[in-house]
Design a protein around this ligand. Structure first.
Ligand code: TXA
Ligand code: MG
Length: 338
């Protein structure tokens, strides 16, 4: 199959109406979209991504009134959350009605609903009479795409159309929240800072852990480059990997001067978390494509968007130093993950 990249909203709509897959731009990351009410089309999303069926999909709609067509009820506070943060990087888990199949929710009685803010995708949604199921448009487990060409690199040949809306503004996936026994829980850190949501919901707890309820975005290993990424003290890690080709991913400063020959990406020289979030996935992809043995990265301040950045870095990282020259015992002394 040839994959076309373009800005033609009508073409995207025609493909979606025909039950085909289309990559769509959102303010967070690119999504791999299909008619959420067409089981065959939804099954094809899982296939194209190589995604296990136990990992449910987010359903995208253009408005709160559209969302209400697919849920049993919309609690007042959920509506307030949508009114405050949508269109935008917020996803809310709500009790699904019978229009949404178990395939979309992985048999959960809850469906994840989001109103994305990208103008092209809102145009598409506004003209369709069905919602769009769309996970991030990357192969399962790999780094999410924030440009049309990232999508092409991963899914070229597998889907007919990529709607090109430019680089994603936020660069990190949506924040996911849901009600559990009347209490709001945080299922995934994302583009709306936890602190902002808590202004409405009060303190957000962690969801009860059961294998079925766990959001696979919460899987320990996810968002991972193919090269090993180590997280921790950059100097210690770089000394450990002396003689190897190291790529540095830093928050706001270049690596120590002794390593300045090495490849380095600084996420935000101005220490701006929004800029860092925006550059994170593209930087991981760049480093992954570079001629390196290993990527070393540091955490950013754990506040606001920094929480989501750190969450993705932790999931992208490996827990044990690979090819450790000093052996297991020395490797265990390396201060990984701060
Ligand atoms: O920003 C985003 O949310 C992007 C754009 C494309 O909208 N989408 C996205 O989708 O990140 P995905 O599939 O890569 O991640 C969605 C996460 C998964 O971890 C999934 O398990 C969780 O949402 N999820 C979806 N439906 C759920 C449900 N019914 N219950 C619990 N978790 C759910
Ligand atoms: Mg994803």
């Amino acid at each position: 199959m040839t994959t076309e990249i373009g800005t033609d909203v009508e073409k995207a709509i025609a493909h979606l109406r025909a039950g085909n897959l289309v990559a769509i731009p959102t303010e967070t990351v690119y999504g791999l979209a299909a008619n959420a009410l067409d089981e065959q089309a939804v099954a094809n999303i899982f296939k194209a991504k190589n995604r296990p069926f136990f990992d449910p999909l987010i359903v995208h709609v253009a408005s709160i009134s559209a969302a209400k067509k697919y849920v049993k009820q919309m609690p007042e506070e959920a509506e307030l959350l949508f009114n405050t943060f949508s269109p935008g990087p917020l996803t809310v888990l709500l009790p699904k009605n019978e229009t949404i199949s178990d395939l979309v929710t992985a048999a959960s009685p809850l469906v994840a609903i989001r109103i994305p803010s990208h103008p092209l995708t809102l145009q598409v949604l506004n003209q369709l009479n069905f919602p769009l199921a769309a996970p991030s448009a990357n192969p399962f487990g790999y780094v999410s795409p924030t440009t049309a060409s990232h999508v092409f690199d991963n899914l070229g040949g597998k889907i007919p159309y990529i709607l090109d809306g430019g680089a994603c503004e936020v660069g990190l996936e949506s924040t996911i929240v849901g009600l559990e026994n009347g209490k709001w829980k945080l299922y995934r850190q994302g583009g709306i800072p936890q602190e902002d949501i808590e202004q409405i919901t009060g303190s957000l707890g962690a969801p009860e852990k059961s294998p079925q309820k766990e959001a696979p975005g919460m899987l320990d290993s996810h968002y991972s480059p193919k090269k090993p990424l180590l997280l921790g003290d950059l100097t210690a890690l770089a000394h450990f990997y002396q003689g190897k080709r190291i790529g540095f991913l830093t928050f706001n400063e270049p690596p120590p001067s002794e390593f300045q020959e090495q490849v380095c990406i600084i996420l935000s020289p101005d220490s701006n978390l929004q800029e860092a979030a925006n550059k994170l996935f593209a930087s991981l992809r760049l480093l992954d494509l570079s001629d390196l043995d290993v990527i070393v990265a540091e955490l950013v301040p754990d506040e606001g968007l920094g929480r989501a950045i750190n969450d993705r870095l932790k999931r992208a990282s490996v827990k044990r130093p690979p090819f450790d020259p000093a052996g297991e015992e020395e490797a265990a002394k390396i201060p990984i993950r701060n």
